[in-house]
Design a protein around this ligand. Structure first.
Ligand code: WT7
Length: 672
């Protein structure tokens, strides 16, 4: 697997090394890092046990790691019990962080005086009290207990944090569904998990407009069998919210009935008990429900918050990710609160009402550690430096990016313009499945030189490698597949790795390299001469649109659920801001003719029936799609045409004319 590797058309500066004088205290040379990494991998159980001892456990573990019933699902710290709500709240409240601000929340709306209309600050004590009250309600009024499941469909409001921590407190396994997803996405997740309860809101604010979330939730509930109780947070207060008697309850009304003195003792939660199930897109079929446990997950979060973010008590930490994605779970809610940090949550869009909203938030609260994305960075680059420079960023001391490859020039912009060469800038590689960061520079532990666009070396205890199809390491500088060769705390958890589908779990992540027990990540990567890993993009049919993970198959299913569409092939093409965007080639049913109208309608259809982030940036009509003789759509060929690249092997193509169709359709629209 050779070939040029680049990120958004920019070649990778393998030999560039950037160091900053003010991080001398953590500086190590590469040889030292590599040696200590090697020994951490050899003795990874010792390492993780040392980290685990820094947390408060309800009951100590019998072993660090044990194989589960299923060969590829491990149990971390079996025999141990730990409660993440207790870790994130009770131990701080009992110690000297009781009156420290845990959450700073800012609503989207701006007042005429140039300051936000709504800001809420909750101390650890405040948050602990609210979580106790809500857990009390869940337990006593709704009968929720350990092992039950609930779904959460909420915007970025403090209640979302309260709800997640209350569920963790009771050992109720939750699934968060991104509030930008449609009713279908919500109902399929509820059904797969068998959630008994849904927590949602009347609406959400986005770019000054309101979206009626409850209406979408109601549509989803028509398609579900298990939810019979719904708690609704009043966010927008929009008139006419439909509340079904006996099923739907206002959060505020319920909470008013719970005294501030209400307490619920944190449940004893077994280390391997599922904390949450998060659905993420795969190559085929419906989204996969990845299970994360309590003990191993907490250990990985604690380690990475320290090593990667170098978090100190005086820091103000901000990660603008939505709680609907894994970054929101790990690095907005659980990670920072376990560490006792002050974490900022902003409700709205980063460029609303003005492009400098980002910098305003950083200035207003004195954000010191900032976790951003390549897409947001590229957007800001386009707005220009003036927006940045007009705000005080002297509080910033460390930045990381996540979600997709960062092109070297975006990295340089964060480093030079935003951080004025003072702050380490990293690109942390991980995925929903890994639970936490796996490959990154480690400003909180030992800092090696940075390289613009690189992810860095694997973190201690993680044996990540770039391999060929057989699982053998590729030569340095050559493109290969990213694998993780050992087990790590925070990996998909017991009992089945993937909710209800152990076979699919093994097939997806392990089958490719069996009998080697390598976890196949699905990414292309390059390892340079210094051992730095550069993840360059997905090797499968998963898209990363503005860092959001979507499956081509999901978008195609959405398209063909429209009455006019008979078949669809969706591929990603590079986009200078969003990294990638989907485009769709569609075969129409008899009786429907291509038209500009229909193009628009299909795009809009995906937007409202799946998600706005999945909307194809263009729809092309064709009479047939390139397929194999067995009828499988050859998206690889469609993509090659769209990118103007050589087609490669076409031996299995059934009908070569189909390629000309795709070419013509593509060119007729793009030449203009
Ligand atoms: C995929 C996982 C990681 C939490 C949010 C995304 C891509 C993620 C990076 C990075 C290059 C990255 C990979 C990965 N990715 N971070 N720093 N550099 N690529 O989680 O939605 O499960 O997506 O995101 O392709 O496989 P996710």
């Amino acid at each position: 697997m050779t070939g040029e590797t680049e990120i958004l058309g920019e070649s990778l500066p393998f030999d560039e090394r950037i160091e900053i004088p003010n991080w001398e205290h953590r500086k190590v040379d590469l040889g030292t890092y590599r040696k200590s990494h090697e020994s951490s991998v050899k003795n990874s159980e010792v390492l993780w046990e040392t980290v685990a001892k820094e947390l408060d456990w309800q009951r100590p573990w019998d072993a660090v790691l044990a194989k589960g019933e299923h060969p590829h699902v491990a149990k971390w710290f079996p025999g141990g019990a730990i409660n993440l709500s207790q870790l994130a709240l009770d131990r701080h409240v009992a110690g000297n962080r009781k009156n420290k601000v845990a959450l700073i929340w800012e609503g989207e709306a701006m007042g005429d005086d140039g300051s936000p209309k709504e800001v809420r600050k909750l101390t650890y004590f405040d948050l602990w009290r609210e979580v106790n009250r809500f857990a009390f309600l869940l337990k006593n009024n709704f009968g929720m207990k350990k092992g039950d499941r609930m779904a959460v469909y909420l915007p970025m409001i403090p209640e979302a944090v309260v709800v997640l921590l209350a569920a963790a407190r009771l050992g109720v396994t939750f699934t968060v569904v991104f509030s930008g997803f449609s009713a279908e996405a919500l109902s399929s997740r509820i059904n797969d998990l068998g959630a008994k309860l849904l927590v949602t809101a009347d609406g959400l604010n986005r770019r000054g407009k309101q979206v009626n979330l409850k209406e979408i939730a109601d549509k989803a509930l028509e398609q579900t069998r298990t939810v019979n109780q719904v708690i609704v947070v009043k966010r927008t207060g929009s008139a006419g919210t439909n509340m079904k008697a006996g099923r739907d309850f206002w959060f505020d009304d319920l909470m008013r009935g719970v005294p501030v003195s209400a307490r619920v003792e944190p449940e004893q939660v077994e280390s391997e008990h599922p904390l949450y199930v998060l659905y993420t897109s795969g190559t085929t079929g419906k989204p996969k429900g990845m299970i994360h446990d309590n003990g191993g997950y907490a250990v990985l979060l604690h380690a990475t918050m320290k090593w990667v973010f170098d978090l100190k008590d005086e820091d103000i930490y901000w990660c603008p990710a939505d709680i609907g994605w894994v970054t929101g779970h790990s690095y907005v809610v659980f990670g920072p609160l376990i560490e006792g940090a002050t974490t900022v949550i902003y409700e709205g869009t980063l460029d609303f009402p003005q492009p400098d909203r980002w910098w305003q938030v950083i200035e207003r609260y004195g954000v010191s550690v900032f976790y951003t994305t390549p897409t947001a960075t590229r957007m800001q680059m386009r707005f220009g430096e003036d927006f940045v420079k007009k705000h005080d960023r002297s509080s910033l001391r460390l930045m990381h990016s996540v979600g997709e490859p960062i092109n070297p020039s975006a990295w340089r912009w964060l480093f030079d313009v935003v951080g004025e060469k003072r702050c380490p800038v990293g690109s942390t590689w991980w995925m929903t499945e890994t639970g936490g960061i796996m490959i990154s520079i480690l400003p909180g532990l030992m800092l090696i030189p940075m390289k613009p666009g690189a992810n860095g070396l694997p973190i201690p205890g993680i044996d990540a490698e770039v391999v060929d199809d057989k699982g053998d390491p590729v030569a340095h500088g050559e493109k290969g597949l990213l694998v993780i060769r050992n087990m790590w705390p925070g990996m998909p958890g017991a009992p089945t790795g993937m909710w209800g589908d152990p076979e699919r779990y093994v097939k997806q992540y392990f089958e490719k390299f069996l009998p080697k027990d390598y976890f196949f990540c699905g990414d292309y990567a390059v390892k340079d001469n210094d051992g730095y890993i550069w993840v360059a993009g997905r090797a499968d049919e998963v898209l990363k649109v503005a860092g959001h993970r979507l499956g081509t198959f999901e978008i195609e299913s959405s398209i063909v659920s429209h009455k006019a569409a008979s078949e669809a092939a969706v591929v990603a093409i590079p986009d200078p801001i969003k990294g990638e965007v989907p485009i769709a080639f569609v075969v129409l049913k008899n009786g429907f003719a291509p038209s500009e109208e229909l193009r628009k309608e299909l795009r809009h259809w995906v937007r409202s029936n799946f998600s706005a982030i999945a909307e194809p940036s263009q729809v092309y009509f064709v009479n047939k799609l390139p397929k194999t003789r067995s009828g499988k759509i050859m998206r690889r060929l469609v993509k090659a045409v769209a990118e103007g690249k050589p087609l490669g092997d076409v031996a299995t193509l059934e009908d070569e004319a189909s390629i000309d169709e795709v070419k013509q359709a593509y060119e007729s629209l793009t030449i203009i």
